[in-house]
Design a protein around this ligand. Structure first.
Ligand code: ADP
Length: 590
């Protein structure tokens, strides 16, 4: 019991510290809507005051009717009309300001989360499902954007209710005590509900992000799912995640429903007690009819006196959960960001050296295990070896998608860890096995590589990459939209488009990861022709999954067990490296 008190207390202190820290951080994203926020707070306070006065005047209307004072009645009715008119104008402006603040904050936050997601280390993305980032970008930012409005609204609500409480105290001290007791009852019920819901809120979000990740994969992987005839098994897994998420939501809603039922009953009993208590007070001359009517008109406000406080507490907790989640992405704590050096080199000449490099995706397993090799500028080299030997991983290290555990990678003699991001990434382009093509037009996909490229630059690059003829044969030519991940293109066409993208970037180093899937001979030779067009002008590194395509390379590195076991020209290797000879003979027999 004592332990749980301390644990609870520690959690409370931690949440409080997180709340204050995250509010300060979030304030930055609201900077450009300060004036709107002040406007919103001001109209909210006016609304709160009017809401407190309105029941008083309404009570007057009832009293005037009962007493038959027609002139007073008309005046009170006009007052009600005017006040309600003002109230609706306020609602209109509040809605307008709310929209502005919400949208601006949402845009600022979502852009920040998107920007920071792009800076994450690939290792972090490998570890978790994509839903972790998608949900934080879409849902948690919405929660936070709504938060400041809610604070303003409920703070003004609390202020107006304090006004009501003071009014009741002035009118009748016995009913004041009743009001306090009633509102405490409603407060306790809501507080209890809140703590129960909060306990599962974080879990709900975790389950939901797994569901988002899986449903995303279901859509993106639909082709493979169909061909593998894996619909049944994927649907089974997706159903289990959907049901799991739904069960958690049901738990939340059950808590809500049970406590709503409890609260409604308490409210009903309070109404009954109010009338009986009022009668008793009247009987003992402790309450007059007009006072009773006025306080009766405040019934709802009385019961909701502390509800604003509950709502504020609820939003505090919601804010802590949502903001913790987005700052895990924005800050560099839970999910690590890429870190680069400070040396800036505009144009690398293209020499690459691996000095006893060690790297593993997991701590206990080195995929690259003491690798050494050297490539001169403008050389065309190839990496060959069995599947899974670590050839593609070499490219991920040269492009610094991952940082090495030991040894050194030198680009133009500079340690890769000392170079800044632009020096590395602006000087190399990579054509992967299955290049990602965005659901834009062909032209826009190419412009990603060079924003200011002219149509002439684009077509020249595509001609060298042997894809221009194909594009010009399409109805909308370069304006053709190529579907998500370039669905309308074949594997070979995607690779040639990626080559054109690389050419537009005009990088000195071009990394080419040959498609493992056997492309038809014609496509294969088109790609060969595209690479041949680049020879001599660029440093070209090819991961060869088919040896026959790289026999003309200046140098071939034979990779096995995370090391380069031999290197040389094709002829040279056939003579001196049995491992290579075996690989080559096997390749010929396919
Ligand atoms: P290759 O290109 O020679 O076929 P890779 O470099 O792709 O081989 O892979 C080398 C090894 O690293 C393989 O055992 C593969 O399973 C593993 N591997 C590749 N990528 C990852 C990753 N993102 N996370 C964990 N292991 C990986």
């Amino acid at each position: 019991m004592v332990l749980s008190y301390y644990e609870g207390n520690e959690k409370y202190m931690e949440d409080k510290a997180n709340f204050i820290r995250n509010i300060k951080k979030t304030w930055i994203y609201l900077k450009d809507c300060k004036a709107n926020l002040i406007g919103y707070a001001s109209v909210s306070i006016i609304e709160a005051i009017i809401s407190a006065i309105l029941p008083l005047i309404s009570a007057n209307v009832i009293l005037n009717i009962t007493n038959g004072i027609i002139k007073q009645l008309i005046l009170s009715a006009i007052a009600v009309l005017v006040i309600e008119f003002v109230l609706y104008i306020i609602y209109y402006f509040k809605g307008f300001l709310y929209q502005k603040i919400y949208q601006k904050t949402l845009v600022n936050l979502q852009v920040a989360v998107a920007r920071e997601t792009l800076k994450l280390e690939i290792r972090e993305i490998d570890k978790v499902s994509s839903g972790v980032f998608i949900d934080r970008l879409n849902k948690d930012t919405q929660d936070i954007s709504a938060m400041f409005m809610e604070y303003t609204y409920w703070t003004s609500y609390v202020i107006s209710n304090i006004g009501v409480l003071v009014a009741i105290l002035i009118l009748n001290k016995y009913l004041f005590i009743y009001a306090v007791i009633t509102s405490i009852c409603i407060f306790v019920i809501n507080k209890k509900r809140l703590s129960k819901q909060y306990a599962i809120q974080e879990n709900v979000k975790k389950i939901q992000e797994k569901k988002t990740g899986l449903t995303g994969e279901l859509v993106r992987g639909i082709r493979d799912i169909k061909v593998l005839n894996a619909s049944h098994s994927i649907l089974k897994q997706t159903t289990s995640k959907i049901v799991e998420a739904s069960n958690e939501e049901i738990r939340m809603l059950n808590i809500q429903r049970i406590y709503n039922y409890l609260e409604n009953n308490v409210r009903m009993i309070c109404d009954f007690v109010f009338i009986i208590f009022g009668c008793l007070l009247y009987d003992k001359n402790l309450l007059t009819i007009p006072t009773f009517v006025i306080i009766y008109n405040y019934q709802t406000e009385i019961k909701n006196l502390l509800l604003g406080v509950v709502q504020l507490l609820e939003y505090n907790k919601k804010f802590v959960v949502a903001s913790n989640r987005i700052y895990e992405v924005i800050d560099d704590k839970k999910f690590k960001k890429e870190k680069f050096g400070l040396v800036s080199i505009k144009n690398l000449s293209g020499s690459i050296k691996f000095k006893h490099v060690k790297f593993g995706y997991h701590e206990d397993n080195n995929v690259i295990d003491g690798m050494d090799f050297e490539i001169q500028p403008n050389e065309k080299v190839a990496f060959v070896g069995k599947s899974g030997a670590g050839k593609t991983t070499i490219f991920s290290l040269i492009t610094r998608l991952y940082s090495i555990n030991d040894g050194e990678i030198l680009l133009d003699g500079y340690n890769i860890n000392d170079l800044d991001g632009d020096s590395i990434r602006n000087n190399m382009s990579i054509i992967t096995q299955n290049p990602y093509i965005f659901n834009f037009s062909i032209k826009d996909n190419l412009l990603l590589a060079k924003e200011d490229a002219t149509m002439e630059d684009i077509r020249n690059a595509c001609k060298i990459a042997c894809i221009d003829d194909f594009i010009m044969s399409l109805k909308n030519q370069y304006e053709t939209i190529i579907g998500e991940n370039g669905v309308i293109l074949s594997g070979g066409q995607k690779q040639r488009l990626a080559i054109a993208r690389a050419l537009l970037m005009k990088t000195e180093i071009i990394l080419f990861d040959e498609a493992t899937s056997a492309l038809d001979n014609e496509t294969q030779s088109e790609i060969q022709r595209a690479i041949e067009n680049l020879k001599g002008e660029y440093t070209i590194l090819i991961v060869a999954h088919r040896l026959s395509t790289v026999v003309d390379s200046d140098k071939i590195f034979v990779v096995n067990d995370g090391k380069v076991i031999s290197s040389g020209s094709h002829k040279n290797l056939l003579k001196k490296c049995k491992f290579y000879k075996n690989l080559y003979e096997k390749d010929l027999s396919i």
